[in-house]
Design a protein around this ligand. Structure first.
Ligand code: SAM
Ligand code: SF4
Length: 334
């Protein structure tokens, strides 16, 4: 086994994995229609990794060359004492960046502590600027609280705040330009994500609702001439800029633009399941390793290195015309 801080995580296809998305909880204060069913059963607490196990896991990944960790969920900021984990991960030497994806509801109270722990970039999900529509999409969310959270993040000095919007036909596809204008007026970046068929959310055939990145790009370009940009945020977003604006406009297109070839990431669920691909079920139970060999960093590192063999070449969301991944997005960690 290589010594700590040596980059060794690579898969059978020569891709180097240096990015970890860690889901800290499956729970959430919202119930977004594309992410969860209305009536969700969450995991019993003893099945979740403890915050100490998550910190240990972070240490193992960083020792294997992971440079970026993004915390996600569920809603990461509803996990009790999550700030202690953020502090622990933030102080790992060898980690270049600790980021977070949040629905923004808790940011008024947490943004200063996040900034103090070294979080420089966060993603905040925002699908509508209309209060009633926002309430309908999130089922339980309040737009004013999220807008206040966005402001709080900027006031706390978090340098790059990016909005994430999932655009669904007939739901919010008439708000694309309004969302871009909102982002540009505040110096925020914004990425548009194509909806993925993760989990049975019950209500509809998702393919009918798919609005492709290209369609969204054309809607924006009709109002704001877009300049393609070569910038990257270490993720699958393809970026554009509007002349005279600091905001970047990104497109995450799991359906229309396959980015698997350059995939540099893996995910760990809040139960400690290492997922090698968002669109496949290949996984390894790292919780079992940590509970069988408590405190044994080498055992954990070996399990992670061995798991890279399972990383599939690309994602397949549909099999025989049926969605094949049955995990909900909140369990996977977006
Ligand atoms: N609760 C946090 C939030 O909403 O930002 C973090 C977790 S959430 C699962 C992460 C991202 O996944 C959000 O931007 C959300 O919009 C996106 N998401 C959820 N379900 C999705 C789906 N079925 N297809 C595409 N994106 C989805
Ligand atoms: Fe919660 Fe985020 Fe899923 Fe919405 S997208 S239900 S905020 S985890």
């Amino acid at each position: 086994m290589p010594s700590e801080n040596q980059a060794v995580l690579s898969d059978r296809f020569g891709r180097v994995v240096d990015y970890l998305r860690l889901s800290v909880t499956d729970r959430c204060d919202f119930r977004c229609v594309y992410c969860m069913a209305e009536d969700m059963t969450f995991l019993p607490r003893q099945q979740l990794l403890t915050l100490e196990e998550m910190a240990f896991l972070g240490r193992a990944f960083v020792s294997l060359g992971v440079k970026r960790i993004r915390l996600t969920g569920g809603e990461p900021l509803v996990r009790k004492n999550v700030m202690s984990l953020i502090g622990n991960l933030g102080s790992l030497s060898g980690l270049d960046e600790l980021t977070l994806t949040t629905n923004g509801s808790q940011l008024r109270s947490t943004a200063p502590a996040l900034a103090a722990a070294g979080v420089r970039r966060i993603n905040i999900s925002l699908d509508s600027l209309q209060p009633e529509r926002f309430a309908a999409i999130t089922r339980t969310g309040k737009l004013a609280q999220v807008l206040d959270g966005i402001e709080a993040a900027q006031q706390a000095g978090i340098e790059r705040v990016k909005l994430n919007s999932v655009i669904v036909r007939g739901q919010n596809d008439d708000e694309v330009v309004a969302l871009v204008d909102f982002a540009m007026a505040r110096g925020l970046d914004i990425s548009f994500i194509e909806e993925m068929p993760l989990g049975d959310v019950g209500c509809r055939d998702r393919r009918g609702g798919l609005v492709t990145s290209e369609e969204i790009r054309q809607q924006i370009a009709a109002d704001h001439p877009l300049l393609a940009s070569t910038e990257s945020s270490a993720g699958p977003s393809r970026y554009y800029r509007v002349a005279g604006s600091a905001s970047r406009i990104g497109f995450i297109s799991p359906h229309s633009h396959n980015f698997c070839e350059s995939c540099n990431r893996v995910r760990v669920t809040c139960e400690g399941r290492l997922l090698l691909c968002l669109g496949n079920e290949h996984s390894v139970d790292l919780r079992a390793v940590m509970r069988r060999y408590p405190g044994d960093l080498e055992a954990l590192r070996e399990a992670i290195v061995a798991a890279m063999e399972l990383k599939p070449e690309r994602h397949y969301f549909y099999h025989d015309d049926k969605p094949q991944v049955l995990r909900f997005m909140n369990a996977t960690g977006g």
